[in-house]
Design a protein around this ligand. Structure first.
Ligand code: UDX
Ligand code: ADP
Length: 467
């Protein structure tokens, strides 16, 4: 079977870029991305490619090539399902906030709704591909819903595959175009072959791994848990470096040259953010507890605990260095996205750190090259005072449109996202705008320490005990 029409439910950070690359690489396959969110779909259809709802380097070019040719964005969900022979489910699966498994298990209501929509609308043989990050055995739930909807007619049939996404935001297009591997889990060989054929347009055959459904789902959780564990490990060592006079970057370089450890994902920072790491680990924790493995659950949970601790540690440190109080003090926050090159703020360390400082009464001037002011307000659960020039009293924040505006009259600058713009700041001229004594808290270690010090600023760099 050769796939001719793909429908993807969910036009978010995963569905949008993934389908754009599939459409770009497979010009003969019609790809329709559907979403219930009209505003999001309108943004994907915006003639101005700079206004796409997801910011990803290179995404505009890929969408520009494929849109209108074989890539369509629409809100007509059931029509797109009906005409597709393969349906990707790529909807949000946040951690449950209420009820059974609250705080750990994934909320599958959107996935379930999709499965029911597919069950109603599909025609002919439909391969349903699970693309969202899902706890192990979700494919089974999807299968149960689809089978229950089977009306016995030979005209309709379903098979379910798991095809986890490994792209990282900020490098999504590169990750999709040259993936380390593509993972396809399933039982039905011909469906697996059909999906493998789609990827074979640009991914070498030996990089397309086939597993059973459960291994595929569990691999996604495990990959993210391992990656996040490295970050918590290096952040724990960063705190020890600060206490002992070592430098975490030197330690990371030294251990990273061991080929068994490798150099990647050893960058100490303000803790990991993003929609996946915490959610996936908590899922793993929930599964372990469910299956009677409390020691394993505790082991993985400590990765999240350490991450939260690292974020609070940074805000506590800022307060301590500023004579134990930030009440009424102006602080510049540089970077709100959870990492550079994305406008995504889900679980961004900046949310917790800014939240702590607001609670302490600080006035925050927040700058980020891509994150919108309305998003920051939602994340901080606090309306802004407008521009940072108009900051109003205790515990308030405003958006700064430039780094210069952010630091005007500030007692401290906190660098929380490693945007390229922050790597080459003119510290001498910024220092002249600040109130003395002035601090730079560089949680990403991107500023040039010599220039910061020459500008007469005090510097704290994550993991730098030698400073
Ligand atoms: C992650 C996985 O990398 C990806 O494979 C999966 O599909 C989704 O989750 P993402 O969250 O988009 O991707 O970005 P990633 O580059 O992994 O960064 C996650 C967080 O870890 C960021 O907050 C980043 O700043 C932080 N990080 C990463 C570090 O603090 N240090 C590092 O060395 C690497
Ligand atoms: P991700 O990072 O996993 O892509 P996002 O939250 O960015 O997550 O995107 C998920 C998208 O799925 C949202 O745009 C949301 O509107 C959409 N969505 C959720 N449920 C449905 C549904 N039943 N039908 C269509 N779209 C849906």
């Amino acid at each position: 079977m050769r796939v001719q029409r793909i429908c993807c439910i969910g036009a978010g950070y995963v569905g949008g870029p993934t389908m754009a690359v599939i459409a770009d690489r497979c010009p003969d396959v019609q790809v329709t991305v559907v979403d219930i969110n009209q505003t999001r779909i309108d943004a994907w259809n915006n003639a101005d490619l700079a206004q796409l709802p997801v910011y990803e380097p290179g995404l505009d070019a890929v969408v520009g090539r494929a849109r209108g040719r074989n890539l369509t964005f629409s809100t007509a969900v059931s029509e797109a399902i009906a005409s597709a022979d393969m349906v990707f489910i790529s909807v949000n699966t946040p951690t449950k906030t209420k009820g059974l498994g609250a705080g750990q298990a994934s909320d599958l209501r959107w996935v379930e709704a999709c499965a029911r929509e597919v069950a109603l609308a599909a025609t002919g043989h439909t391969i349903v591909v699970e693309k969202s990050t899902l706890p192990v055995r979700t494919a089974e739930a999807i299968k149960t819903i689809l089978e229950a909807a089977h009306d016995g007619s030979e005209m309709r049939s379903f098979s379910v595959l798991s095809n986890p996404e490994f792209l990282a935001e900020g490098t999504a297009i590169r990750d999709l175009e040259t993936p380390d591997r593509v993972l396809i889990g399933g039982e039905d060989q011909s469906s697996i072959d059909a999906l493998a054929e789609v990827y074979s347009h640009w991914v070498p055959a030996n990089q397309i791994l086939r597993t059973n459904l459960w291994s595929s789902e569990l691999s996604k959780l495990t990959a993210n848990a391992f990656l996040a564990q490295r970050i918590s490990s290096i952040n724990s060592v960063a705190a020890l470096c600060e206490a002992t006079g070592a430098d975490v970057r030197e330690v990371a370089r030294a251990i990273g040259t061991d080929s068994r450890i490798g150099p990647k994902f050893l960058q100490s920072g303000p803790g990991f953010g993003g929609s996946c790491f915490q959610k996936d680990i908590l899922n793993l924790v929930y599964l372990c507890r469910y299956f009677g493995l409390p020691e394993v659950a505790d082991y993985w949970e400590s990765v999240v605990t350490l991450n939260t601790w690292q974020q609070h540690r940074i805000s506590r440190l800022v307060v301590q260095k500023l004579f134990g109080t930030v009440t009424g003090k102006r602080l510049a926050i540089l970077g709100f996205a959870f990492k550079a090159d994305t406008n995504d703020t889900r679980e961004a360390p900046a949310i917790r750190i800014a939240g702590d400082l607001l609670e302490e009464g600080a006035q925050l001037a927040i700058h980020d090259p891509k994150v919108m002011v309305s998003q920051i307000a939602r994340d901080l659960k606090l309306e802004s005072s407008g521009t940072s020039e108009g900051l109003s009293g205790i515990g308030s924040w405003g958006q700064a449109t430039s780094v210069e505006e952010a630091v005007n009259g500030a007692d401290a600058v906190l660098i929380l996202t490693e945007w390229r713009d922050y790597q080459s700041l003119n510290w001498k001229s910024l220092a002249a705008r600040m109130r003395r004594p002035a601090w730079v808290f560089d949680a990403r270690a991107v500023a040039n320490p010599i220039q910061v010090k020459e500008a007469g600023l005090m510097l704290w760099r994550v993991g730098d005990g030698a400073q």
